[in-house]
Design a protein around this ligand. Structure first.
Ligand code: HEC
Length: 188
């Protein structure tokens, strides 16, 4: 079969046999070509729209980032307004709020219970724990809510006593909630 015959016929049999199988060389079907060309056009369109258009289309990652940033901002705003009005009275008010007290208890039970005891008595099953009682009327560094908050935030003034500055592990709002929990033992 000559080269000119080849180009005239739609279906040609190549001079190629492998394992007794003759290989056909056919034109690609139109539906396949059509899809292929459409994809090329689509690609150009999508590339321009995605990377070149002045209207920036957010990808999933950016979308998530911006949503998280919005949540973070909202949280910070709430925190700011809470901290801006934080004083002895507002902390006492927090100690009457079940949600804040529960949040404070959750923090206390993970970070503080080992030294101050589950009932704040600094004992466990009659054994003395390293901390001092927080359920009595005796305060080393002041018993006003802001005094207590200060001690927790900055730790004991005497570093050798073993009470670290909790601001390294807890945010101001969390510390305020722990204070609320401690104050809930001092309802008058
Ligand atoms: C490693 C043991 C330990 C842990 C954990 C610990 N404390 Fe203390 N805490 C102490 C000791 C010891 C003191 C007494 C410090 C001193 O004598 O200066 C103290 C003192 C305090 C005081 C001051 C009490 C007063 O009489 O003025 C408060 C309030 C307090 N702790 C709250 C907390 C809170 C809240 C946490 C958890 C976030 C916590 N502590 C975790 C050991 C601990």
């Amino acid at each position: 079969m000559s080269q000119s015959d080849d180009s005239k016929n739609k279906i040609v049999i190549r001079e190629h046999v492998f394992d007794g199988i003759e290989e056909y060389d056919q034109n690609l079907p139109n539906w396949w070509l059509f899809t292929f060309y459409i994809m090329i056009v689509y690609f150009i369109f999508a590339w321009v729209a995605y990377y070149q258009s002045p209207f920036h289309i957010q990808n999933d990652h950016e979308h998530l980032d911006s949503q998280l940033a919005a949540i973070e901002e909202k949280k910070n705003k709430e925190l700011e307004s809470m901290m801006a009005t934080l004083n002895d009275d507002s902390l006492r008010e927090m100690s009457l709020d079940a949600a804040h007290v529960a949040a404070g208890k959750a923090i206390f039970d993970t970070k503080c219970v080992a030294c101050h005891g589950a009932d704040l008595s600094a004992t466990m099953s009659g054994l003395k724990l390293p901390g001092v009682p927080l359920n009595d009327a005796e305060w080393l560094y002041g018993g006003e809510p802001l005094n207590i908050m200060g001690t927790i935030t900055n730790g004991s003034p005497d570093v050798t006593k073993g009470m670290i500055a909790w601001k390294s592990q807890l945010g101001p709002a969390e510390i305020a909630q722990v204070v609320a929990y401690i104050l809930s033992y001092h309802k008058t």
